[in-house]
Ligand binder design. Structure first.
Ligand code: PEP
Ligand code: MG
Length: 888
């Protein structure tokens, strides 16, 4: 039988950090910390494998697991010298969840379990602190009532507020033992009224109830949403950790806190965190009381008065600082830590790799490599490629005027503007309609996860730097300003008031999560700066990268941006974008509406110099690098108007009658233009179009090569090829233009002719096609559309449901469908290369900028990926990571 209950504490542990799949992140790290001799309260972890068994048994723990849990609990009793349920000095435990990857705030926790009407008296006597005992009991009933008995938590919160009002106090800590005893009686009455039975007094019944509820919370709505957003499989399950309680709420020599070994917002090497004297764990995270700083420096920087831990508890703080250093060297990564001080004694309750912003991830990786803690290759692997997106986007223009209405904590960096919304459902609904929204809440809770995801930025009136809003926003890469205390929200009127300013739902505001500023209106932004750590990490990445990274670009400005980001050529220049330029759309339309070849030829003659100039500008911008230019692809009707007013405009501009324009447009109408008269089909039926484009390419290339003395390497690409014969015909025409231009100019240059592989037939017949193609570029947008039979344009209407049900693991237009489309790419790669050794292979569909798809391209051994300019750094990093992972 496989082991399902693991013990830790008392100087040893059954497991270690390598067993996170089985013990969950929390359980594995508690075992690891106990194993290396850190002060960890003893406990036990019920393995993730039990989660599935629990559900299979209809929500019950298997008997053998129960027996093992009791045996492990006896070990905890032995280590602590206390007995569970003992009337004189009871052992109390916490029951917590812990999945393989951390899901902050997504699942449930119960603290102080084991208290009842008898043991609370024992705890009061044994601790000599009745206030603490009754406070612990009321917290336990509240948490148990919420998590296990599923009673509305407002019932308890309201009762607490009333108790404080009755006593005329504002802080929980101002309630006396007697007040709390009264509150416990009220809480028990709430349970009896709403649950229909008395609060369970038997500690074992409490324990099984709590373990069941924690396993049950794996399938809660919010946990499911979180998993969907983070690609976490349902099958992983959660572990449950039962651990001896230590108390941070035992008076003024007790405290509880959370810390990061480096600053998770900017990556600086400082101790970062918050603590609360005389409080229990959840108080810090919940944002109910405003926590104090850990270090004197942080307190001074914030201009806060309440003593830092360094000042208030210097001895324990020094010990804590040592533990931080030890944990960083041990784990070789930034750690996120929870600790408790009980009567001046430090206890570690959790450590894990800390979530961080992209900016911090980058700095920490580069710093740790420089400190010799990790290698350069490890640093490259440490920064999630997709997260670089956060650094590649504009920040607020420092010179733009801003109307700052208030300031909160800089909880998650970056800037965002959008319409104010006051609840998560509205945020989601408006974002779906394409609106940029800022979610404004008094404080967020795990129920807000979908709204936070939909929002561009998050603003809260309450909560610290480690509040739910702050932690979740940083993980998602959303700018967040938290604890902006001067905001008051009126949910009924759907307004927020800041001083004498009133802002209604839908009004635009701007947040700067880097400074904490909140502004009215939209503020201008500036492009990011990519020097320093960023440049260094990219340099390290490039050392390990095999795949080349090109860009999809058609304007000189995009080419420049992409080169700045390190693009090594153009993988796709879509020439149709040039046809839309106002200066030439009329010639394009004359060409399309022409009744015969001669009419087309005269319009094309007007377009030739324009196209030549387009290509010359691009060749100049990309000097020395390969440039793939794709001949015209979209169906011609895309260039034409659709209504009478438009027909009249075109008639006037082209000199044709409105009747002729209307008739020709009707003739050109297609039922399914995606599968219609487009791509090389245009080149076959109207050879003049491709001839003009090929001539423009070669004339421009010859001219720029002559001018600059640099090699210009045009790669002429034919779209939507299905058969070898199509390419044979088009290639012959392209070669003929090249020969003509070379003869006319007396100069030659190297060029290539290749094709997009974007139809299943082309992938299958790649061997024949390769006879005429010197390169293939996988157009995985069209290949996905045609292989799956799902239109690119309206797939989003139902794909969400498909992904939710696991029919496709991700949106196949974002992450390549490896099984289906991927197999077609594999087939074309194998057959193409077999027919033409040295065939150059790339990808230019959207997948070329998606890290997971790039890893797939690495496995296939493609030569390059091509993506939009802003994704070039992401692709460079993802390509390096894929190469490093392939090496193992
Ligand atoms: C493709 O189909 O993947 C492609 C890159 O071409 P387009 O998106 O222009 O159809
Ligand atoms: Mg295409």
């Amino acid at each position: 039988m496989t082991k399902s209950v693991f013990r830790f504490g008392g100087g040893s542990a059954d497991g270690d950090a390598s067993q996170r799949d089985l013990l969950g992140g929390k359980g594995a790290n508690l075992a690891e910390m106990a194993g290396i001799g850190l002060p960890v309260p003893p406990g036990l972890t019920i393995a993730t494998s039990v989660c599935a068994a629990f559900y299979d048994a209809g929500g019950k723990l298997p008997d053998d697991v129960k027996a093992d849990t009791l045996a492990a609990l006896a070990h905890v009793e032995q280590v602590t010298g206390k007995t569970f349920g003992d009337a004189a000095d009871p052992l109390l435990v916490s029951v917590r969840s812990g999945a393989r990857v951390s899901m902050p705030g997504m699942m449930d926790t119960v603290l102080n379990l084991g208290l009842n009407d008898v043991t609370v008296e024992g705890l009061a006597r044994a601790s000599g602190n009745p206030r603490f005992a009754w406070d612990s009991y009321r917290r336990f009933i509240q948490m148990y009532g919420d998590v296990v008995l599923e009673l509305d938590h407002y019932l308890f919160e309201d009762a607490l507020e009333i108790a404080k009002e009755d006593r005329g106090v504002t802080l929980d800590t101002e309630l006396t033992a007697e007040d709390l005893q009264g509150l416990v009686a009220r809480y028990k009455a709430i349970v009896a009224e709403n649950w229909g039975d008395a609060f369970p007094q038997d500690p074992h019944e409490q324990l099984w109830g709590a373990i069941g509820a924690v396993f049950g919370s794996w399938r809660s709505d919010r946990a499911r949403t979180y998993r969907r957003l983070n690609d976490i499989p349902e099958s992983w399950g959660t572990a449950v950790t039962v651990q001896a309680m230590v108390f941070g709420n035992r008076g003024d020599t007790s405290a509880t806190g959370v810390a990061f070994t480096r600053d998770p917002a900017n990556g600086e090497r400082v101790t970062y965190g918050e603590y609360l004297i005389n409080a229990q764990g959840e108080d810090v995270v919940a944002g109910i009381r405003t926590p104090q700083y850990l270090t004197k420096a942080a307190r001074e920087r914030a201009g806060a008065r309440a003593a830092s831990m360094e000042e208030a508890m210097p001895v324990v703080f020094a010990e804590l600082a040592k533990v931080f250093a030890l944990l960083e060297t041990h784990y070789r990564d930034m750690q996120d830590i929870e600790f408790t001080v009980e009567d001046g004694r430090l206890w570690m309750l959790q450590t894990r790799s800390g979530k961080r912003t992209a900016k911090a991830a980058l700095k920490i990786a580069v710093d740790m490599a420089s400190e010799g803690l990790i290698t350069e290759a490890e640093a490259v692997l440490r920064v999630e490629a997709g997260a670089l997106d956060q650094l590649l986007h504009p920040t607020l223009d420092p010179h733009a005027p801003r109307d700052v209405i208030t300031r909160g904590l800089p909880a998650s960096p970056g800037a965002a503007s959008g319409a104010v919304v006051f609840d998560s459902d509205t945020a989601e609904a408006r974002a779906k309609m394409g609106d940029a929204v800022i979610l404004v809440r008094t404080e967020t809770s795990p129920e807000d996860i979908h709204g936070m995801h939909a929002a561009r930025g998050i603003l809260t009136a309450r909560g610290g730097m480690t509040s739910h809003a702050a932690v979740v926003a940083r993980g998602m890469g959303r700018p967040c300003v938290s604890g902006a205390g001067s905001i008051s929200i009126d949910l009924t009127a759907r307004t927020m008031r800041v001083g004498n300013r009133m802002i209604g739902e839908g009004d635009r505001i701007t947040l700067d999560g880097t400074t904490g500023e909140v502004m009215v209106g939209e503020v201008a932004t500036v492009e990011p700066e990519l020097a320093g750590d960023f440049g260094l990490l990219m340099e390290w990445a490039d050392k390990h990268r095999r795949l080349k990274v090109r860009t999809n670009a058609e304007t000189p400005a995009d080419c420049r941006t992409a080169r700045g980001f390190g693009a090594e050529g153009i993988g796709l220049c879509r020439t149709e974008h040039m046809f839309f330029e106002p200066s030439r759309i009329t010639s394009v339309r004359r060409m399309i509406l022409a009744e015969d070849g001669a009419g087309r030829a005269s319009a094309l003659a007007e377009l030739l110099p324009e196209q030549r100039a387009d290509f010359a500008r691009i060749f100049r911008e990309m000097a020395g690098l390969p440039v793939t230019i794709r001949l015209l692809d979209p169906p011609l009707h895309e260039f034409l108007p659709h209504d009478e007013a438009g027909f009249a405009d075109v008639a006037e501009a082209t000199g044709l009658s409105v009747g002729t324009v209307r008739r020709r447009i009707a003739e050109l109408h297609e039922f399914n233009p995606m599968l219609g008269h487009r791509g090389c089909r245009l080149g076959i039926t109207y050879p003049e179009i491709y001839a003009m484009q090929a001539r423009a390419i070669f004339e421009a290339a010859v001219a720029v090569a002559k001018d600059t003395g640099e090699a210009v390497v045009p790669e002429v690409m034919v779209p939507l090829v299905a058969t070898a014969r199509e390419l044979e015909i088009t290639k012959a025409a392209i070669d003929a233009e090249a020969r003509a231009v070379f003869a006319e100019t007396g100069r030659t240059l190297d060029y290539m002719v290749g094709t997009m592989i974007e139809l299943p037939r082309a992938a299958l017949r790649a061997a024949e096609i390769a006879e005429f193609a010197e390169f293939f570029s996988f157009g995985t947008n069209d290949l996905t559309q045609t292989a799956l039979g799902i239109s690119r344009d309206d797939a989003s209407r139902f794909l969400g449901v498909y992904v939710e049900q696991g029919i496709y693991p991700r949106d196949p237009f974002v992450g390549i469908d490896e099984e289906g489309v991927g197999e077609l790419v594999q087939i074309a790669t194998d057959r193409g290369r077999a027919a033409r050794p040295g065939l150059k292979l790339g990808i230019c569909g959207e997948h070329g900028g998606d890290p997971a798809s790039i890893a797939f391209c690495e496995r296939l051994g493609l030569d390059y990926v091509s993506c939009s300019p802003y994704r070039v750094p992401i692709a460079r990093l993802a390509a390096a990571q894929a190469a490093l992972r392939a090496k193992g």
